[in-house]
Design a protein. Structure first.
Length: 167
């Protein structure tokens, strides 16, 4: 849950951390060009030294396909919504299977990063992707180094993370 009344430096720090995560593996110079700003200005945002105005913030959000919550909470702290709860239950009940669709799997893993639900999705995907793809999925799910074996993936998920409510 986001902090109330965050001071401006805290907001810049959260935005910077989120932008660093979003640009990981990307060419920052190209991202700055895509956003139509100077690289030095984008670096100020990355390092929490400055804050974009509303128009540029909207461009940043569109570019990375995120909402303005990147200003107030870390990307991994996705708010709990009825849709997320329903999706989590469908995954656990075996009524949702994104294995075989790498894009859908990646998106779903990012939504449930570092949770037991992400482990279920990884276990579903273990037999449908190659080793390199599995390593990418595991890293995006917050579980780098997991073996590509469903039994071992689920076996190491003996208890839910603190951020996930099991119902």
């Amino acid at each position: 849950m986001p902090k109330r009344n965050q001071d401006p430096q805290e907001l810049r720090d959260v935005l910077g951390a989120n932008l660093r995560r979003l640009t990981k593996g990307l060419n920052v110079t190209q991202v700055a060009r895509d956003l139509e700003i100077r690289r030095t200005q984008f670096n100020r945002y990355l390092h929490g030294e400055s804050f974009p105005g509303p128009e540029l913030l909207a461009r940043i959000c569109r570019h990375f396909k995120v909402d303005a919550n990147i200003l107030i909470r870390p990307i991994d702290e996705t708010p709990e919504t009825p849709e997320r709860i329903a999706l989590r239950h469908a995954i656990r009940a075996g009524r949702f299977d994104c294995a075989g669709d790498l894009t859908l799997t990646l998106t779903t893993l990012r939504a449930f990063r570092s949770t037991e639900t992400a482990r279920f999705i990884l276990a579903q995907s273990a037999g449908t992707v190659n080793g390199t793809e599995f390593d990418l999925l595991a890293e995006e799910a917050g579980f780098s180094g997991l073996p590509q074996n469903p039994a071992l993936i689920l076996g190491s998920a003996s208890k839910a993370t603190q951020n996930e409510v099991l119902q």
